[in-house]
Design a binder for this molecule. Sequence first.
Ligand SMILES: [Zn+2]
Length: 285
Amino acid sequence: MRTEKIPYYEFSEGIFEIDEFDCASIFVIVGEERALVLDTGTGIGDLRRVIENRITAKPYDVVLTHNHVDHAGGAGFFDSVWVHEADRNWDRKIFPPTLEARREYARIVSSRENKNYSYSLDEDIIKWYREPEIKMISDGQVFDLGGRKVAFYHVPGHTRGECAAIDDKSRILFIGDACNCNYLLGEDIADNFEESADVAIKGLERIWDKRDAYDRIYNSHHDYRGLGCPLAENVLPDLIECLRRIKMGICDYRVVPDMLSYHKTKKVAVYKKVQVTYLGGGYQK
Ligand SMILES: [Zn+2]
């Protein structure tokens, strides 16, 4: 039986962060009538049972912030998932949610963290039960959960279809991988690094301009913050500044270890504590 020992923490009323063994965070937002699940992780163990048996018995929708392996990897254990049209295709070149890529990603993270995890790569990361029904989420779409509303916004840059969400009750912005201290700029956003940075800047500036609607930001990987704790406030404006400097050709670059180990090292653009990796232009396995 696949493990149900997936740690989770209710850090704000009705908001749970599920820690998928340091691979990704899955958020569950529970309203008075319905719930919303943000992302499906890499698909390790029985996430669905954890949600339905321990977190909420309410009906829920599943929304993918984007279609990378560590967010869409568990999609096939749910009946349907919402995703932006630009990310509907699972057949991606980098970080696809295939069985092989899911196991490889979990193997890399588990060896990187050097911890003992309560799952087995072979028994707990298995083939999807089915192709989930895909529902298209659109920019500005709102889910009314009863007593709280969650609005989604398109923030392209990390992937073409990345979406962020704002919960009006907790005033939390869930930003997926569209902002963190080790930002990966997608390989298929525009023709080159500078133009791709420009797309990301426009999306992130739009989210920054909505800051009257949120007080805290949670990204999808808690290695940039504590579990249940928000991302540092300066990360979003510093990321926007780093991307602006890339676009203008004045950013500093540095060679750093590659945490995903596809290469031993990689060259990144750096501004304060934020670094940006371009996945286009030859970054691949
Ligand atoms: Zn991602």
